[in-house]
Ligand binder design. Structure first.
Ligand SMILES: O=C1O[C@H](COP(=O)(O)O)[C@@H](O)[C@H](O)[C@H]1O
Length: 248
């Protein structure tokens, strides 16, 4: 796990959004089978794209095929709003996924929605450090097995928004971000925490994301997603409309 993979990573292209979600669900089942020892830690992304995946995971055959008892769920980012707010990523995951599958409540780790955003970020970082059994990220000891990321049309990922101070954060694992272009103060995993993953996955669908995908794959420094790396591997799961034209 000492090698670093940058955001150029491998690319998996599915013909349609539906097949994309199936392909990623199958990939997830395979990863859990390859690591039969507990626990399997996954950081989930928010927004609209992964909602299709979460609905699918809450249906058969995935309810039966995923090892819910040993899966631990974290959030890659959330809007700093009450969990029952319509814009809460955790609220969305609870509605579409957690309430429909046999995952033990103690295996779900939402970002806090109380106090100040700074306090909530620190509290979530403390939770992650407890889970990790350490305060310092080690190259050969991943924090997450899978880190699922989305991509905004502006090149943001998690809540790492263009031009924001959180992009410079190299110590904290979790930090607030106040995006000038999107609603709500956010809490987000920082680059070092995302990097400490066995597998980083960008899940992106739709023609409106095609340009952003191409910019990140070309390592455009204006896109925060371009600076994502993985301690293990990094794979793009795209549908055909989001996939950039092949380079000759
Ligand atoms: O604000 C957010 O946006 C990104 C992308 O979301 P999408 O709706 O375009 O799929 C998402 O990855 C992030 O978790 C979310 O908080």
């Amino acid at each position: 796990m000492t090698e670093q993979t940058t955001a150029t990573g491998a690319v998996h292209i599915s013909a349609t959004r539906e097949s994309l979600m199936h392909d990623l669900a199958e990939w997830l089942v395979k990863q859990t089978l390859q690591r039969p020892e507990a626990p399997f830690r996954i950081a989930l992304s928010g927004g609209s794209t992964p909602q299709h995946l979460y609905r699918l995971m809450a249906e058969e055959p995935y309810v039966s095929r995923l090892p819910w008892q040993r899966m631990q769920f974290f959030l890659g980012d959330d809007r700093f709003v009450p969990h029952d707010h319509a814009d809460s990523n955790y609220g969305m995951m609870r509605r579409l996924l957690f309430s429909r599958v046999p995952v033990p409540a103690e295996n779900i780790f939402p970002m806090p929605d109380k106090g100040t955003a700074e306090q909530a970020a620190k509290a979530y970082e403390a939770t992650l450090k407890q889970i990790y059994s350490g305060n310092v990220l080690e190259a050969d000891k991943p924090l997450f097995d899978v880190n699922l990321l989305g991509l905004g049309t502006d090149g943001h990922t998690a809540s790492l928004f263009p031009g924001q101070p959180v992009l410079q954060e190299r110590i904290a694992w979790v930090a607030p971000c106040v995006p000038p272009t999107a609603p709500h103060t956010r809490l987000t995993l920082t680059y070092p925490a995302i990097h400490a993953s066995r597998h980083v996955i960008f899940l992106v669908e739709g023609a409106d994301k095609k340009e952003a995908v191409a910019r990140v794959r070309a390592q455009d420094p204006a896109c925060p997603a371009s600076a994502i790396t993985s301690a293990g591997d990094l794979t793009w799961f795209l549908d055909q409309p989001a996939a950039p034209a092949p380079q000759n």
